[in-house]
Design a protein around this ligand. Structure first.
Ligand code: KMH
Ligand code: ZN
Length: 450
C-alpha cells in the first residue's frame, strides 16, 4: 500500500499524554503548578513523536512561541498533545497544546478529594517548538506506520500545512461550580497592635486614614475595618476619634466603614463599645475569649451578648469575628437567642498565636459549619495572610487584608500601606474568575442598604 506523503515526512503525526499534577508539582502559593511543568510535558510529547518518526529521542532545539493561558493546580489532570507540523532534513516543528480535563474541586464544604471532569477542557498552555534528529541517528523505524493516523485520533484536528489546534477559550479558568462570581475585600488599615516603629506606612491621623481608605477602595476594597489611634499612636476607642475618622473617610470615598468593638487587649466593654455611638454601618462582634499572643483577649459570654445588643441598638450589622471553631457555635447560639439576625456574616481570624491555625482544611471546616445564606471571609495574620487570602478566594469566601494583620508584601519587604495588599488580593481574585465588588454591591450582598 502506498503511504501518503504526510506520513512519510511525519507531518500530522500526533501524540497525547495525560498526567495528574501532584502536590510535588506545585511550586507557588495556592498549590499553583509552575508553567515549566507544562514545558516538561511537551518535552515528553516531543520525545515520543521523535521516537515514533525517527526511532531516536532527538533533541529539543528551541521554542518559537509559548503561551500560558490558565492556571494549573495540584490535582488537575493535564492532557498534553503534540502534532508535527513541518519537517526538514533534520528538523521537526511541533505544535503543542496542554488542556486541563479534570480539576480538583476547591469549594468549602466538599471533601478535599472531590474532583470534576470538565465538560469543556480548559486550554492551559500552547507552544510551537522545533526538535532535531541528526541524519545519522534517524532510524526510520517500522513502527512509524503504527502511529495514530489523521482522522483517527481524539483531540486536535491534524494540520494541513498549518497549525490548526483550536484557539484558547476566552475565559481564564473555570471557577468551582458553587464559587460566587464576586468577592468582598476588606482592608484592615490600622488595627490596635501595629506601631509606627514597625512600619512607617501605618495611618494614625483621620486624614491619613481617609487617604488610605480611598487608596484601598481604588485597589478593590469595599469595606474598611477601622480602629483609631491617639496622636501618639497608641490604640484608642474614643468616640470623638472615630467620629473624626469616619467623617474624613466619608468625605473621600464611599467605602463601608466597619468599626472595631474589639479595640485593644485590656480595654473595658464600655470603652470598646464607644464607636457604636457613631452608628457605623458595620461593627465587629468578637465571639469568644482566646490567648492572643502572650495576652488574653477577653470576650466573656455576657460581654458578647451585651455588645450584640448594643450593635443592634446602633443599627449596625455585626461582623462575627471567630478565632476558633467554638466561636462559630457561640455565634449560632446568639442567633438562636434572638440576639443576631440572619443572614450572618463571619470573619475567620486565622493564625493568631493561641488561636486556630491558618490552614486550608481549617477554612473548609469552619465554612462547613455555617447556616445557609451566611457570608464568610478570612483574615489571617502575618505570613499567612497571602496564602489564606488566596485559599479563601478559591473556596468561595471573602477576604480581609491590611496592615492590622500583616505589614509585609513578602519576607522582609514592607507593604507601602494596605492598598498594595488589597491590589494583590484583587488581582488574584480576578485570576480565578472572581470580581472584587464595589461598596454599593457589598451593601446589597450584606443587606446594609438602608
Ligand atoms: N485588637 C484585637 C485585640 C476587632 O477589631 O474587633 C481585637 C481586634 C478585633 O482587632
Ligand atoms: Zn480589628
Amino acid at each position: 500500500m502506498l503511504r501518503s506523503r504526510a506520513m512519510n515526512d511525519g507531518v500530522g503525526l500526533a501524540v497525547t499524554l495525560r498526567v495528574r499534577m501532584s502536590s510535588a508539582d506545585a511550586h507557588y502559593a495556592g498549590e499553583l503548578v509552575d508553567g515549566a511543568r507544562m514545558l516538561a510535558l511537551f518535552g515528553d510529547v516531543a520525545t515520543e513523536l521523535l521516537i515514533r518518526l525517527d526511532g531516536d529521542e532527538g533533541l529539543f532545539r528551541a521554542y518559537e512561541t509559548v503561551e500560558f493561558l490558565a492556571p494549573v493546580l495540584a490535582g488537575d489532570f493535564i492532557e498534553a498533545t503534540g502534532v508535527i507540523v513541518a519537517t526538514g532534513r533534520t528538523s521537526r516543528k511541533i505544535a503543542f497544546e496542554a488542556r486541563k480535563v479534570i480539576a480538583n474541586v476547591r469549594d468549602a464544604g466538599v471533601a478535599a478529594s472531590a474532583a470534576d471532569a470538565l465538560v469543556e477542557p480548559v486550554v492551559v498552555c500552547r507552544a510551537v517548538g522545533t526538535c532535531v534528529v541528526p541524519k545519522e541517528l534517524q532510524r526510520r523505524p517500522k513502527l512509524v506506520a503504527q502511529a495514530p493516523l489523521p482522522g483517527k485520533v481524539e483531540g486536535p484536528a491534524l494540520p494541513q500545512g498549518r497549525v490548526v489546534i483550536p484557539p484558547a477559550p476566552s475565559y481564564v479558568v473555570t471557577p468551582p461550580r458553587s464559587t460566587p462570581p464576586e468577592v468582598i475585600l476588606t482592608a484592615a488599615i490600622v488595627g490596635a497592635e501595629v506601631t509606627r516603629e514597625q512600619t512607617p506606612h501605618l495611618p494614625i491621623t483621620a486624614q491619613e486614614m481617609a487617604d488610605e481608605a480611598a487608596r484601598c477602595r481604588e485597589a478593590g476594597a469595599a469595606i474598611i475595618h477601622l480602629h483609631v489611634r491617639n496622636p501618639d499612636g497608641s490604640p484608642s476607642q474614643s468616640r470623638e476619634l472615630f467620629a473624626e475618622a469616619i467623617a474624613a473617610i466619608r468625605a473621600k470615598t464611599d467605602v463601608i466603614v466597619q468599626t472595631s468593638t474589639g479595640g485593644a487587649v485590656g480595654m473595658s466593654l464600655d470603652e470598646r463599645a464607644q464607636p457604636l455611638l457613631c452608628r457605623p454601618e458595620m461593627a465587629t462582634l468578637n465571639c469568644g475569649t482566646l490567648n492572643f499572643g502572650n495576652d488574653v483577649f477577653v470576650n466573656t459570654r455576657p460581654e458578647i451578648r451585651e455588645l450584640a445588643r448594643r450593635i443592634r441598638e446602633a443599627g449596625s450589622i455585626p461582623e462575627l469575628e471567630c478565632y476558633e471553631v467554638g466561636h462559630i457555635d457561640e455565634a449560632l447560639a446568639l442567633l438562636k437567642e434572638g440576639l443576631l439576625d440572619a443572614p450572618l456574616h463571619f470573619q475567620f481570624v486565622l493564625g493568631v498565636p493561641g488561636g486556630i491555625g491558618a490552614r486550608e482544611d481549617v477554612i473548609r471546616f469552619m465554612a462547613a459549619q455555617l447556616p445557609e445564606g451566611s457570608t464568610w471571609g478570612v483574615a489571617a495574620v502575618g505570613r499567612h495572610q497571602q496564602p489564606m487570602t488566596e485559599a479563601a478566594i478559591r473556596l468561595g469566601g471573602n477576604a480581609r487584608v491590611g496592615l492590622e494583620d500583616n505589614i509585609y508584601m513578602s519576607k522582609g519587604v514592607l507593604a507601602e500601606g494596605s492598598a498594595p495588599l488589597v491590589a494583590r488580593a484583587a488581582a488574584y481574585a480576578r485570576s480565578v474568575g472572581r470580581e472584587p465588588v464595589t461598596p454599593a454591591r457589598a451593601r446589597e450582598i450584606l443587606g446594609l442598604a438602608r
